[in-house]
Unconditional design. Structure first.
Lengths: 306, 287
């Protein structure tokens, strides 16, 4: 049971990282990104390819930087587009990444994938056994990312992004550099997705293109919608509860013998779809709605003081 | 070689024309991009496959089953999902249609598995004409699509329903004051759009093997076609589909065929960079 819980914990952490990234891009800045999985894959492959020669920490940093650079590049080209167009461009980006990984075998080993990726603190792992060391490491990464993103959300940067999301014209009129802020939000989100990919590569110690399907993107959207767009705490709640539910359905197989593996995975994915739709219809603000300040909150203060 | 690719490109383009038209009609009348178009196409292909191989119907009858199934699915999703979200921002509709896409694709996967399937049709020898190979399926596709396009054109231009649809697309509140029932028009639009996508699913199933991803493979080309023509413009969608079909097939001359799928992505990206309104107008840039 304990190893199973640890597996779920790590999957939740990876999903939460991807969700946090999407929450910055979509929840906070209002930029839809259906190509999430592409950035995760880039992070994972960068880590797998470079970690043996430069070590795990530089490899993770490199993964984040490369994902951020590509994210910024894509944003520079397409971020001014209206959301329907941005959505299809990002889907296309995700597919392009998948094709490159599949077809450039000299670099990525194609469909076979890359095996034997060394985890960080491999010697400690042997000492304590199991995945305990890795869980602590993953929690550490999540904590750092969460604190950084939550800080940015509260900082003027986050407020400006929310203002742009709610009304770009007014924000531009008030002198906010709309384009630059959007590109920055997209790039930071990309970096976090790259980090999540790096964690995934380290955890599984093996990556191949089939791990990076559109499902990863759907999980992330479900987590953001469930938690509440724009709320980082909500995202952690959302990612945790979704993963718990989905992983719980794995046990169904033991009770219902008529369902085979393919049907089970189809059922899980279909349920994510149903979940996304129901959330949007019934509780669009999410489990932990974003804290919204009204003008009155700020304006009322001087009178109280007087 | 070039002539053969041109021919294949034209047929691929015609196949894309139906779902691209469907996408653009929904966008015009209901004001959102339906990301479930690929999954609906998959559903159409599977519905026809079940009718054809399990129930033993002929291919035209199976195509009718597919068109009806997807049309009903369209009406049902409008009733259950899109109508309830109509007052939200368009991004909610976008994400909801992505959720619907997951649901539809996995219903097919749940009941029929991941295996590749194909219709029960006799294998026919391709015709040869002036050194070109022309498959029976290509002729079927070209004829079906041309007939559909003429019918849709007549419907949009010369029928009360078409006029009402164009009126709602143009100015919903003005249409409402003139007594056009938006709900009814929305449902009829979904029925039409579903039938088009269902037929496209059957044609796609003739062209390649049917699996749960069949529609997803067309997703980006469909959007590329509709965007190229300017989202919301029916004529534009058809022209865009032909251009995308030709570009995809002709790309074999300069890039490895593995990367064929990147062609339509590149076309959209370049187009939106330099001419953000599509070939025939529509606004893509936001404030």
């Amino acid at each position: 049971m304990i190893p199973y819980l640890i597996t779920i914990a790590i999957l939740v952490i990876i999903a939460a990282l991807i969700g946090l990234a999407l929450n910055l891009q979509w929840g906070l800045a209002g930029l839809v990104n259906f190509g999430v999985v592409g950035f995760v894959a880039i992070g994972a492959y960068t880590t797998a390819l470079t970690a043996p020669s430069i070590g795990w920490l530089p490899a993770m940093i490199l993964a984040a930087l490369i994902a951020a650079a590509l994210s910024a590049g894509l944003a520079l080209l397409s971020i001014r587009l209206e959301e329907n167009y941005l959505a299809i461009i990002t889907i296309g980006f995700g597919e392009a990444v998948r094709l490159v990984i599949l077809n450039e075998g000299w670099l990525t080993n194609g469909a076979l994938g890359i095996a034997n990726i060394q985890r960080p603190f491999a010697s400690l792992t042997e000492q304590f056994g199991g995945d305990i060391v890795f869980v602590i490491f993953a929690i550490g990464v999540l904590a750092v990312v969460f604190v950084a993103l939550e800080g940015w959300t509260r900082a003027p940067f986050g407020r400006a992004l929310r203002a742009i999301r709610d009304d770009a014209t007014i924000s531009a009129a008030l002198g906010k550099p709309v384009f630059a802020l959007r590109v920055r939000a997209f790039a930071i989100g990309g970096a976090v997705m790259g980090l999540a990919g790096a964690l995934q590569a380290f955890y599984l110690t093996y990556i191949d293109p089939s791990q990076f399907s559109a499902i990863v993107t759907s999980y992330a959207f479900m987590a953001v919608i469930a938690g509440g767009r724009g709320s980082n705490v909500g995202l952690l709640v959302g990612a945790g509860s979704i993963m718990a539910l989905l992983e719980g359905t794995r046990f169904l197989k033991d009770f219902i013998s008529v369902i085979d593996g393919v049907q089970l995975s189809a059922l899980r994915l279909g349920l994510i779809g149903v979940g996304i739709i129901l959330q949007l219809i019934l509780r669009p603000q999410g489990l932990v709605p974003e804290a919204r300040r009204k003008a009155a909150d700020v304006l009322a203060k001087p009178r109280e003081a007087a | 070689m070039v002539a053969q690719l041109f021919l294949n490109g034209l047929v691929t383009g015609l196949l894309l024309a139906l779902p691209a038209l469907a996408l653009t009609l929904v966008f015009g009348v209901l004001k959102f991009a339906n990301f479930a178009v690929g999954a609906m196409l998959t559903l159409g292909a599977y519905a026809a496959w079940v009718a054809n191989t399990q129930l033993g119907l002929s291919l035209p009858a199976s195509a009718a089953v597919a068109a009806t199934t997807v049309a009903l699915t369209g009406i049902l999703s409008d009733q259950l999902v899109f109508e309830r979200l109509k007052n939200r921002d368009s991004i909610s509709l976008l994400v909801a249609s992505m959720g619907l896409s997951l649901v539809l694709e996995n219903i097919c996967r749940f009941f029929l598995g991941n295996a590749s399937r194909s219709f029960d049709v006799p294998i026919s020898r391709p015709m040869r004409w002036e050194g070109l190979r022309i498959n029976q399926e290509q002729i079927t596709t070209a004829l079906t699509v041309c007939v559909c396009l003429v019918l849709v054109h007549l419907l949009l231009r010369h029928s009360p329903l078409g006029r009402a649809m164009r009126a709602v697309a143009d100015n919903p509140s003005l249409a409402a004051t003139r007594g056009v029932d938006r709900r009814l028009i929305a449902r009829l639009t979904w029925a039409l759009v579903g039938a088009l996508i269902g037929l496209a699913g059957v044609l796609a199933g003739l062209d390649r093997s049917i699996d749960p991803q069949i529609g997803w493979n067309y997703q980006i080309p469909i959007f590329a076609a509709a965007i190229l023509g300017g989202l919301g413009s029916p004529v534009g969608a058809v022209v865009g589909a032909l251009v995308i079909g030709l570009a995809e097939e002709m790309s074999a001359l300069i890039i490895p065929t593995n990367y064929r799928q990147i062609v339509s992505f590149t076309v959209i990206l370049v187009l939106l960079l330099f001419r953000s309104n599509g070939l025939l107008s529509a606004k893509a840039v936001r404030k």
